[in-house]
Design a protein around this ligand. Structure first.
Ligand code: AMP
Length: 282
């Protein structure tokens, strides 16, 4: 596995490969890799000639007071894991490499960035859309792989790719969970003591809400309120949002039909966790 830190160097390596007709699969991450990330890399390995992954904790997608400084980092471990699943090229730029002091350009995706995580984390999706655009321009992948864990992020990226005519196929893969149902996340390491058990409230609530919808509940507001109440019943949890949306448009439904996204953001102590499920309503 090759490791590049400089934009010009990775470009110089990749362009001849692309000219020779190799397809490139790309997995952007913030590192501290877990099975969720690795599932994307394995899929890229299956589908593409060359697998490129990036590890970059993107400062501009963190708000003031968020966890940019303490976000977990372990490049040595990540390097081994990426190599084991067959990543060919790892891109690990420093923050100054992507954002030099005179940096001035940002990508703003309207509508689908608003509400949900966009409401709780102002500027977050502007930071995500900007870094993903930069990484796409550097790597020029044929396919890029994202997790449904970050459902709104996947929708923002798909909208951006359509709107800006980017030549990349976006693949969205299922949420990977721990054995007890907790969605894998680099941030799970923040959970201390009893918080780990309390964090199961997201999975439990989503499963119960899926059941409620499957049993015939058609009123989105009833389902949303049900989820909020179930989270409120966990003493260590504080609800950020519970949302019921059409998938994958994120439109607010008046009646539950078609593909429905049930999404939660919950603070367990200081740690903000997100999770979601999509349910098909006949
Ligand atoms: P991150 O490093 O958190 O920015 O995540 C990098 C990519 O991995 C994003 O596309 C995430 O949606 C995806 N990802 C993170 N956690 C999971 C998970 N538990 N299951 C599937 N994909 C995930």
């Amino acid at each position: 596995m090759l490791i590049f830190k400089k934009v010009e160097e990775i470009k110089k390596y990749l362009r001849p490969q692309q000219q020779a007709g190799k397809t490139i699969g790309f997995v952007p991450t913030m590192g501290y890799l877990h099975e969720g990330h690795l599932s994307l890399m394995r899929k890229a390995r299956e589908e593409c000639d060359l697998v490129v992954a990036s590890i970059f904790v993107n400062p501009i997608q963190f708000g003031p007071g968020e966890d940019y400084d303490r976000y977990p980092r372990d490049l040595e471990r990540d390097r081994k894991l990426a190599e084991e699943v067959g990543v060919d090229v790892l891109f690990v730029p420093e923050k100054e490499e992507l954002y030099p002091p005179d940096y001035a350009t940002y990508v703003e995706v309207e509508r689908v960035s608003e509400g949900m995580c966009g409401a709780s984390r102002p500027g977050h999706f502007r930071g995500v859309a900007t870094v993903v655009t930069k990484l796409f321009n550097i790597v020029r992948p044929d396919r890029a792989y994202f997790g449904q864990k970050d459902a709104q992020q996947a929708v923002v990226i798909m909208q951006m790719v359509r709107d800006l005519n980017m030549d990349v196929e976006i693949r969205v893969l299922p949420v990977v969970r721990e054995a007890d149902g907790l969605a894998m996340s680099s941030r799970n390491v923040y959970l201390k003591g009893e918080e780990r058990q309390a964090a199961l409230v997201l999975y439990r609530t989503l499963k119960e809400a899926v059941e409620l919808v499957r049993c015939g509940e058609k009123d989105p507001e009833k389902v949303r309120q049900f989820m909020a109440d179930r989270v409120a019943a966990e003493p260590m949890a504080r609800l950020d949002y519970a949302e019921v949306r059409q998938w994958p448009t994120l439109a607010v439904p008046t009646k539950l039909e078609g593909q429905i996204l049930l999404a939660l953001a919950v603070f367990i102590g200081q740690t903000r966790l997100i999770d979601n499920m999509v349910v098909e309503v006949p």
